[in-house]
Design a protein around this ligand. Structure first.
Ligand code: HEC
Length: 123
């Protein structure tokens, strides 16, 4: 019983410090996401997405109509006249400097999270 209690306490502490870490990095990620949004493709995503005839990303996310999954898929594969964006996102200086993960696939997902979280923060 005592052992179980100790183990549970340990888990709770691990979970708490995990949360603190995530909260600390979230702000940093949003800043990187903002830079990606402003700089991708030279003129930024907004060069197209701030034009009302193109999908309004903040509104779509806010309305629950653009999931993180769909968002990631479009960034990685492109869609119609939306160019595939992931390769050149990973080449942007702020993303390189952030050094999200040594695993390139994980790093891509974190970079996509950063842009998604930035857009979520704008609603
Ligand atoms: C050259 C113009 C252009 C640029 C630059 C651009 N987009 Fe797009 N994007 C589009 C167009 C047009 C569509 C609609 C494509 C379609 O569905 O046919 C679109 C669609 C999307 C979608 C899917 C929306 C939906 O609900 O189907 C996402 C997500 C997206 N863009 C994110 C981004 C992000 C993030 C960036 C910057 C890294 C970016 N786009 C840069 C033109 C652009």
């Amino acid at each position: 019983m005592r052992k179980l209690l100790v183990a549970t306490t340990g888990l709770a502490i691990a979970a708490l410090s995990g949360q603190a870490l995530a909260a600390g990095s979230a702000t940093h990620h949003i800043e990187v996401g903002k830079k990606v949004y402003e700089r991708a493709f030279g003129r930024g995503c907004g060069a197209c997405h701030d034009i009302s005839s193109n999908p309004q990303l903040v509104k779509l996310i806010d309305a629950g109509k653009l999931s993180r999954e769909k968002f990631g898929k479009v960034i990685k594969e492109g869609q119609g006249s939306m160019p595939k964006a992931i390769d050149q996102i990973m080449e942007l200086a702020p993303v390189k400097t952030a050094n999200f993960d040594s695993d390139p696939v994980k790093a891509q997902e974190i970079a996509i999270d950063a842009v998604y979280e930035y857009l979520k923060s704008l609603k």
